[in-house]
Ligand binder design. Structure first.
Ligand SMILES: Cc1ncc(COP(=O)(O)O)c(C=O)c1O
Length: 379
């Protein structure tokens, strides 16, 4: 089995820990343990009482209940807590797919959402999101791609890296297409509650028993280092995931489960201020883009905290991002991490001070990097 290297992870490994300003991440500003303890009133005694025993395969009861109550209409029997949604995604793909299966994936897409299937030897069908169409998902293309031969459809709305999304009725249509094909519908809801104009989309599992929803505390809740995600699926699907989990991570840590359960029970205390900050940062970013239209174009995101900027007159976007990291200590993600040469992914979920300084350095970088005969614009 030849594992396809995860380009984005190589990029982050090389630069993430050595740059001052992070405009690369797809999540909001992170919280510290101290902030969580204060917000949720977790005392040192609470922590002292936690026994570091083995936990349960599907997750401890408190954590499963918290996830079920917030995201699965109280149906905790549909919940498996995982080490990040990455683990859920891996277990789902490895448990349900076989070589030769046809899988419909978004393009561009977060790589884990298609490369695991690729590694298994599945046939990928690409549902393209195009800059020229403002990244609007074209449902007629989905109708053409999905049929009785489809084994799995992998969706991620709001979408990384473009911020595109669908309306609830488009989501219904997609669920109907999956049901008509009898295909698994994997719905990566990593950015579900980070929306700007549209509503939060419901769990597709309410309508379709082969829908599998993935969620995480890493994005809207600012806790990527806690490594807590989940998968909502029918109990018979969870049984299949357990078989594989018994050979990998087995379970989560009780310490992590305790903090995660408190974070979910008090979820709005984390989500609301970060969403407000992201909304404000998006306004700053939009007006920065307006002032730099000679250099970049942007489609306003419907959700998430990333934009996939189209960069003008830069031949090698990886070199552009590398030089930005080396010379200005600011991290972006080159579009090549998503298979697109003339784009960069910019994350605006950080603090307002960080994005303000990062964009100011990006103005300078554009001016110095681009060929001297290009028109100058106001910084
Ligand atoms: C769309 C999407 N899904 C899933 C993940 C995995 O996140 P985690 O494993 O931290 O939950 C990411 C991380 O960037 C992502 O962008």
């Amino acid at each position: 089995m030849e594992v396809v290297p995860a380009h984005l992870e190589y990029w982050m490994r090389a630069y993430y820990f050595d740059t001052e300003i992070d405009l690369s991440s797809s999540g909001v500003q992170n919280f510290s343990v101290g902030e969580l303890r204060q917000l949720f009133n977790i005392t040192p005694d609470d922590l002292d009482r936690i026994l570091l025993c083995d936990s349960r395969t599907l997750g401890g009861p408190e954590l499963r209940r918290a996830i079920g109550n917030r995201w699965a209409n109280g149906n905790e029997e549909r919940v498996m807590a995982t080490n990040g949604s990455s683990e859920a995604n891996y277990l789902v793909m490895r448990s349900l797919l076989e070589p030769g299966d046809e899988v419909v994936v978004l393009d561009p897409s977060y790589q884990q959402l298609y490369s695991i299937a690729e590694t298994i030897g599945c046939k990928l069908k690409h549902w393209r999101l195009r800059f020229e169409d403002s990244f609007r998902p074209d449902l007629s293309e989905a109708r053409r791609l999905i049929g009785l031969q489809t084994r799995m459809i992998v969706i991620n709305f709001p979408h990384n890296p473009t911020g595109a999304s669908v309306t609830p009725s488009e989501m219904d249509e997609l669920t109907g297409l999956a049901a008509g094909a009898g295909a698994y519908l994997v719905w990566d809801a990593a950015f579900a509650e980070l929306t700007y104009d549209g509503p939060v989309l419901p769990d597709p599992g309410e309508r379709y028993d082969r829908a599998i929803t993935l969620g995480t505390l890493s994005k809207g809740y600012g806790l990527p280092g806690l490594r807590v995600g989940w998968c909502l699926a029918a109990p018979d699907v969870l049984e299949r995931l357990i078989r594989l989990r018994d050979y990998t991570t087995l379970a989560l840590s009780p310490l992590v489960e305790h903090i995660a359960a408190r974070a979910i029970e008090n979820g709005d205390l984390l989500l609301k201020p970060r969403l407000a900050q992201a909304r404000h940062n998006l306004q700053l970013l939009s007006s920065w883009v307006d002032r730099h239209s000679d250099f970049v174009s942007m489609v306003r995101p419907q959700g998430g905290v990333c934009v996939f900027l189209r960069v003008h007159d830069v031949d090698d976007v990886e070199d552009f991002c590398r030089r930005f990291a080396d010379d200005y200590s600011v991290l972006l993600v080159p579009g090549t991490s998503f298979g697109y040469a003339n784009h960069v992914r910019l994350g605006f979920g950080c603090s307002t001070a960080e994005i303000t300084e990062g964009l100011s350095r990006l103005s300078e970088h554009f001016h110095t990097y681009r060929k001297p005969n290009k028109a100058a614009v106001a910084v």
